[in-house]
Design a binder for this molecule. Structure first.
Ligand SMILES: C[S@@+](CC[C@H](N)C(=O)[O-])C[C@H]1O[C@@H](n2cnc3c(N)ncnc32)[C@H](O)[C@@H]1O
Length: 350
């Protein structure tokens, strides 16, 4: 794989959204070809640090070569971001000034991985981000009952012909390659209709299912909040509506002080906002970017900032240590720290 082929999406917008500053500490949860990572390292110099995570060992290899010049400032980990918090605890990499998710796949994976992510090449139906995962796309296609396949294709691909496609798949099994699957889908839907290739949505559904993409995103967003320091930024770039809905709802929920169902007479949830929305409107690429990089056309960037209520810390000693850790890292919020010291006068925090 060559690193030059993935064109980084919304690069300037991401650096701005992350508010990258010299000496800052950042996590790139989707390192890919390392495009965002290089820009984060450049803008956080001198003294910046980056933890780069990718589930795909090939991506880590490519990024490591590309980031060689920054080797003193980076820590690259081949892991799934569903384990974000455990990774940060293990390497003592928190709190951080910013966390980035640039979801989905890189062009390197779509075009050169040989794992069947794209229907443009004939490849084995694998679709795993990492060889350490147990279940391949072929196993899903060849073992799921028809109704479950139809549900998967409908819910994760938003495919209107899900039942016809699932029925045909079951008749044609075993299906081992992308080309076989494309032909099966074409037979099921009666060939190409609009601008979108008839296999697009089924491939999306299979990839999401194989890698548990939606569940992992939800879990990682929750973990990200507690890793962000004061005013730390959470930036997520998504490429389809299912991902974007999760991000939007997550930020909206975490930006509210009460999440009781509408009509509840008095708040019973006890929820407090931990994020503040930075831009109400989603950020999308300019037409020039879409023209030069058509893959960016569906990109949506959302950004939020970590806010901390003192109550949040009054509740939880562990978080207090986290806060003081933030101070030790040169983040000055003396008023809050003093308040906390008073509140926890029996707790050793120095
Ligand atoms: C769109 S690419 C990132 C491109 C990168 N921002 C750049 O500019 O080069 C997405 C990357 O995220 C990785 N990825 C997707 N889901 C992941 C997960 N759950 N855990 C870790 N890495 C993941 C993919 O392997 C891929 O390399």
């Amino acid at each position: 794989m060559s690193a030059s082929k993935h064109i980084t999406v919304l690069l300037e917008e991401t650096i701005q959204a992350l508010a990258v500053q010299p000496g800052g500490r950042y996590i790139d949860c989707t390192l890919g070809g390392g495009g965002h990572a290089v820009a984060i390292l450049d803008h956080s110099s001198p003294g910046g640090q980056l933890l780069g995570i990718d589930a795909d060992p090939e991506a880590i290899k490519v990024a490591r070569a590309r980031l060689e010049a920054y080797s003193n400032s980076i820590l690259l980990i081949n892991e799934n971001f569903v384990n974000l918090q455990a990774i940060c605890f293990k390497y003592d990499f928190f709190p951080v000034h910013g966390i980035l998710f640039d979801l989905g796949l890189s062009s390197l994976q779509l075009e050169n991985s040989g794992r069947g992510f794209s229907f443009q090449q004939d490849e084995p139906l694998d679709m795993r981000l990492s060889p350490s995962q147990e279940v391949t796309a072929a196993e899903i296609i060849n073992t799921f009952p028809e109704t479950e396949l139809a549900h998967l294709i409908r819910s994760l691909g938003e495919e209107a012909y899900s039942r016809q496609i699932a029925h045909r798949i079951v008749n044609e099994r075993p299906i081992r390659t992308t080309l076989q699957l494309v032909q099966t889908i074409e037979l099921a839907v009666g060939g190409r209709r609009g601008r979108i290739h008839p296999a697009t949505k089924t491939f999306q559904a299979l990839r999401i299912a194989t890698n548990h993409e939606l569940e992992h995103l939800e879990a990682a967003l929750k973990q990200a909040i507690s890793l962000l320091g004061f005013e730390g930024r959470l930036v997520v770039i998504s490429y389809h509506s299912l991902e974007d809905r999760i991000v939007k709802q997550f930020i909206s929920q975490e930006s509210r002080d009460c999440i009781c169902p509408p009509g509840t007479p008095a708040c019973i949830c006890g929820h407090t906002a931990r994020l503040r929305l930075i831009t109400k409107k989603v950020i999308t690429p300019y037409p020039e970017e879409v023209q030069s990089n058509p893959r960016s056309r569906s990109a949506k960037l959302r950004v939020a900032e970590r806010i901390v209520h003192q109550d949040e810390y009054y509740k939880n000693d562990e978080e207090l240590y986290f806060l003081v850790g933030a101070e030790a890292n040169g983040w000055r919020k003396p008023a809050v720290i003093n308040e906390l010291k008073k509140a926890f006068s029996t707790v050793e925090i120095e």
